[in-house]
Design a protein around this ligand. Sequence first.
Ligand code: 3H9
Length: 718
Amino acid sequence: MAQFSVSGSVGLITLQNAPVNALSAWVRQGIVDMMERALREPEVKSVVICGQKGTFCGGADIKEFGTNMTGPPLIPMIHAIEAAAKPVVAAIEGVALGGGLELALGCHYRIAHSKAKLGLPEVTLGLLPAAGGSQRLPRLIGVPAALDLITTGRHVTAAEALLLGIVDQVTDHNTVDAAVKFASSVAGQSLDARRISTFPCPRPADVDALLEGAMWKVRRIARGAIAPVACVQAVRAAATLPYAQGMEREKELMATLFTSGQARALQYCFFAQRAVGRWSMPSGDRWDTSEPRPVHKAAVIGLGTMGSGISVALVQAGLSVVAVETHEKQLMEAKQAITGMLERGAKRRGVKPAFDKIRYSHNIQPLADVDLVIEAVFEDMALKEKVFQQLSAVCKPGTYLCTNTSGLDIDHLAAQTRNPELVVGMHFFAPAHVMELLEVVYGPRSSPQAVATAMQLGKKMGKVSVAVGNCRGFVGNRMLKPYLEQASFLLEEGATPELVDGVLEEFGFAMGVFRMSDLSGLDVGWRVRQADGLVVPHATAGRQARVRRGCRYSPLGDLLCEQGRFGQKTGRGWYRYDKPGSHLAKPDPWLHSFLEEYRARHGLVVRRIDHQEVLERCLYALINEGFRILEDGIAAGPEDIDVIYVSGYSWPRHRGGPMFYASIVGLTKVLERLEHYHRAHPDVPNLQPCSLLRKLVASGSPPVNKWREVMKTLHSQL
Ligand code: 3H9
């Protein structure tokens, strides 16, 4: 709702809808009623709109979307504010986002607190600012700046908003008091020059080229998302049409977006991300309710790429860090790399680099007083065992011992220590100071407080933290394995890396599976397979070359590694690169002949493989493993898997994550196609549909938010 009070001659309308004062039906009704009252009452000469508890407004109520919306619509409400005969001032504290900023743009003046954030993030929800935002913002700040804000959805600080001309004043003091004072100073003044909808849109001479450039750019980076394209079209309308016609265009474009599957997927992602972060709900709905312990001082052991990135992320989160590397040369290189990353990060954020927060050491002795350690040494169990034994002896009682392993057994490492309950996994993704995903892995003996502390630390580091159970590869990498394997089988059967990658990139992945493998290095998986005894020297393998443990196995990746083709770093992999380290993947005639020879040697008959088969085999094998993960109780729900894939594996957000995607495609269809491929390739692993998928189909294929009810009947480790 909205509350009304009067301060001198100023009417104060306060939005009251915790936690973000979203514009739900009753809030809109409150604003309409209170505005009418303010305009009616003769002693009120001007009006201030603010939000309760230091937050102006987080925009339209996203929970209302897709429901039968009631209450006054937003657009006429904002128009009525703009048309008011008394000055209306928005007092912006906390956030003014989406509909919240659109409400502020309908006001005649805007005063923001210096810590406020403003923006039009609708594009991230598959929408556009359709309460006049796409038409008013370009009129206020010009086409280029409006395009930037509307197509990216980025939030700006109050200082940038002032510079751009979005707000009229910024204050460090009480914003509502400042706004009331300001409102009384402008009472009675003409508002002709304050109604943004009446402004002509400032048009640069090259506006057409500018809009075309913007369209080209969003199409290139949108990976098939339609909202950024609609945002450019809406700004084009602002730049080329009178306001009323522009509003019509905004409405048309919004109508298409609003009911699209992409908007549904993106809004699902918004809520899923919040749900997995709320892993310790007091209701006990999720697995734990433990209080995290504060972490002020942390240590990182092993300063390779991962350890260096983790150290930077910890320093940037304000922690004191001891960074340990036993090899002199590696320590020197890491110091240089970390200094560079801290410098660049500080420059981007407009602050001083916190070099004094990090201390380097050759040994673990200075770790005696740290609250938490993250081990990031080479992925070798024997080495990690030793590190955990040493840590357990050196660190003070109660220090949490975390490992950044990407798939080794957490419980085995915990067993090396005196207090296994203090051991958890913190699986970061490279580069660790940039990638937002963190898998927090709890072993059977990890204490709830250890997990709570790792989750809280992840949040402090700005990560999307997801608690997952302990199994080979955890959630993300475990699902990746069948995806990579299917891609390799497809090559054996007649596909090329270009075909497979093309299909996956068209689906929306930033990179296809082969390009991605080249980037991360083919040798990483090769070493793991070697340790698992799966790599057999090809020359001596004979008939067994394509079989391991009774299942079909594709040794293609191993064969490339045997030839020193590790991907980008060696200039050769599934593609060729002009020089080692270069990023531009080019089709490699050598690889094509190698595949032909390989197929001939093994008597494989080449078939024409179409796009549908590539997509279905790669994605459905991955999804099938997701169902197994749910069945095993390794992820708490489908949302957890989806957040992991969207945040860490470049799954296109506008498709909502693999489990959401499966529910949209239809579980019956996923099951049917897996059965089809399993029949066609009975010896290929991971195509046999798992029992949870069958069970869900038998239960009538409920929507993704109802899967838990079916899963409840299954065993859970959580
Ligand atoms: C729009 O405005 C369309 C219009 O242009 C046109 C219409 C015609 N609605 O993130 P948090 C909930 S589209 C409903 O954890 P923080 C959120 O789910 C909207 N609920 O807090 C969570 O609930 P729970 C454009 C919302 O402090 C709780 O509030 N606006 C909304 O880290 C706390 O959220 C946006 O895209 C909402 N609009 O961050 C802004 N917003 O406790 C979306 C939040 O049950 N919101 N909730 O899990 C945000 O970006 C962040 O929530 C915000 C606060 C920065 C505001």
